[in-house]
Design a binder for this molecule. Structure first.
Ligand SMILES: Cc1ncc(COP(=O)(O)O)c(C=O)c1O
Length: 359
């Protein structure tokens, strides 16, 4: 019998029935809880990277110099340095876009990470939600033709789906800014559907993050790739020295060919573990969304009841999904973890779902 020692997750305030777009997986972690809620790669940052970051402390008396990191990003994605803006994580890029753009019709494709919508709303831009149907596959036809700002994630959080680059390109059109959030792109070996290197897609802005693959959420490191005019406009709205020296050192290091190869090897291993885990979750009784490509799975409990608080009572934190537009309380996002943890989760799940069937 597992201990019943954990209360419900911190509440998600919804006084007016509105979804709290600022609720994120880290709020669901807690002391003693086995964490399947947060999607950061385990065992990171690697020691070689932590050492580089520590060494950068010696240079903190000087203001940050973004030039070497910018060059490294440009080389990594075969772009010109003028196409690169270094940011304090992808989150800063969402805010810069919201501050600089004046969209007449902004569309966010859901379900997806909620910060893009939150950033737009926080400066007063109305946002239209287009919820993807048919297993959440990307449907460019569902986007209003006159939308002049479209935001999409690839692979998408929380569906874990990887949209084809060809379909993404169909979303572009003259006069439209197309923002593709690739915070999880390096979960995919070889990144075949990444559009980070593309200069032929009009209005494209690609966001990247070091947070997930390198375990650097607290450092705030990321970047965006776009036409130099857009880079210039967004950069002009950015606070001076917004990206710290340690974040710049990490960005340069993670764009080196050896680091890219390390991430790629991990992505291959992740793919194998994810497939096994999906099978175990299905055997335990969950409907797992097929086609996952990132470091997490999206699953649904067939009974449609709230499963996440019950798991929490059993010492396991998963990401509730009722804070994602287009999903509801019967959906869960579950990070792919090492076998010891996943076995415990699947055992508890099977027990909870079995009890419910027997009700
Ligand atoms: C899809 C997606 N994009 C962007 C971010 C934010 O990344 P960063 O830490 O670089 O701001 C997250 C964090 O959860 C995310 O899930």
């Amino acid at each position: 019998m597992l201990a019943d020692t954990h209360g419900p997750a911190p509440g998600v305030p919804s006084p007016d029935g509105e979804i709290d777009l600022r609720h994120h997986g880290d709020a669901e972690r807690g002391p003693g809880l086995l964490d399947f809620a947060v999607n950061v790669r385990e065992g990171t940052p690697p020691e070689w990277l932590a050492e580089r970051i520590r060494a950068s402390v010696a240079d903190l008396a000087d203001y940050p110099d973004p030039a070497p990191a910018r060059q490294a990003v440009a080389r990594r994605h075969r772009r010109d340095p003028a196409d690169v803006l270094l940011t304090a994580g992808a989150a800063e890029a969402f805010v810069l876009l919201a501050r600089v753009l004046r969209p007449r019709r902004a569309v966010v494709l859901h379900p997806q990470f909620t910060e893009p919508e939150s950033a737009l709303r926080s400066v007063g831009h109305p946002v239209e939600r287009v919820v993807q149907q048919e297993g959440f596959a990307l449907d460019p036809g569902a986007v209003p033709p006159d939308a002049d700002l479209v935001m999409v994630g690839n692979p998408t959080n929380p569906t874990s789906l990887l949209h084809p680059a060809k379909t993404l390109a169909e979303l572009a059109r003259p006069g439209r800014t197309l923002v593709v959030d690739e915070a999880f792109a390096d979960c995919v070996p070889g990144e075949p559907e990444s559009v980070a290197g593309r200069t032929d897609i009009p209005g494209l802005v690609v966001l990247r993050s070091l947070t997930k693959t390198w375990g650097l959420a607290g450092l705030r490191a990321g970047y965006l790739l776009a036409h130099p005019d857009m880079v210039h406009r967004l950069g002009a709205a950015q606070p001076l020295w917004s990206v710290s020296t340690p974040a710049l050192v990490a960005t340069e290091a993670c764009c080196a060919p050896e680091a890219v190869a390390e991430a790629d090897a991990w992505a291959r291993e992740l793919g194998a573990r994810r497939a096994g885990f999906a099978g175990e979750l299905r055997a335990a009784g969950l409907d797992v969304l097929p086609g996952a490509a990132a470091s997490f799975l999206l699953a649904r409990a067939p009974s449609g009841e709230r499963l996440w608080p019950r798991l929490r009572e059993h010492g396991i934190a998963v990401r509730r999904c009722d804070t994602f537009p287009g999903l509801g309380p019967d959906w869960l996002r579950i990070a792919v973890r090492e076998p010891e943890s996943t076995q415990r989760l699947t055992r508890v799940l099977a027990q909870l779902l079995y009890e419910r069937v027997g009700d």
